[in-house]
Design a binder for this molecule. Structure first.
Ligand code: SIN
Ligand code: FE2
Length: 218
């Protein structure tokens, strides 16, 4: 028998908070009421800063495509990972962070126990079926007291949530459209990643998964 995790309607009772660590949780369906406002704001960002595939310092092309908005945007190339004020592709500042992104992230952070979250960077990842994100830590941000707020839309994913060493065992956490993961405090530097996205069709987004991660980077 194959177990289809996503067939389980229980996974997404909006308003449910699943603890995944001492200071980390999944807020099930938290973004659902915001989607209608998120998508047009995202489209405007992408006109100014289209998705592009980046190369890791090790020379691998990432399978997810990236963009950013906010005062700082995240970039990877042969020289390393870093935040920049300008989009290297256009030479212009990254698009401003839409107010609806900021508000949603602040409310999610507060619900997860992090008051006064002030995000200044939002990475936007697009995964087509087959794309993945290898285990990594988010450690390029200057303020590691602020949490990471990660919003998932579109096709489902299995989020891997590990420990403080790359080799620590990982929890496999199914993420559905509208779910938000928040990790901070003692969990802020835990390794995480995403298994290859399975083929599928989402009624609003078609054959893709979008993920926004908001951070305090500067
Ligand atoms: C990331 O860690 O940057 C992305 C996480 C995700 O896509 O859920
Ligand atoms: Fe990350």
């Amino acid at each position: 028998m194959t177990l289809d995790l996503f067939a389980d309607a229980d996974l997404q009772q909006p308003g449910r908070l699943d603890s995944i660590g001492a200071q980390s949780c999944v807020l099930r369906g938290f973004a659902l009421p915001w989607v209608e406002r998120l998508l047009p704001a995202l489209a405007e960002v992408l006109v100014q800063a289209p998705f592009r595939q980046m190369v890791t310092p090790g020379g691998f092309t990432m399978s997810a495509s990236l963009s950013s908005c906010g005062a700082l945007g995240w970039t990877s190339d042969r020289d390393g990972y870093r935040y920049t004020r300008l989009d290297p592709q256009s030479g212009r500042p990254w698009p401003a962070m839409p107010e609806v992104f900021r508000q949603l992230a602040v409310e999610a952070a507060r619900t997860a126990g992090f008051e006064h979250f002030v995000p200044d960077a939002c990475l936007i990842n697009r995964y087509l079926p087959g794309a993945k994100m290898s285990l990594h830590q988010d450690r390029n941000e200057r303020d590691l007291t602020a949490p990471v707020v990660s919003v998932s839309l579109g096709l489902p994913a299995i989020f891997l949530f590990g420990g403080h060493a790359r080799s620590d065992r990982t929890q496999r956490i199914p993420l559905l459209h509208g779910d938000i993961v928040v990790w901070g405090g003692v969990d802020r530097l835990r390794f995480h990643g995403v298994l290859p996205i399975k083929d599928g069709h989402h009624p609003q987004l078609g054959a893709e998964r979008l993920n926004f991660t908001l951070r305090t980077a500067g």
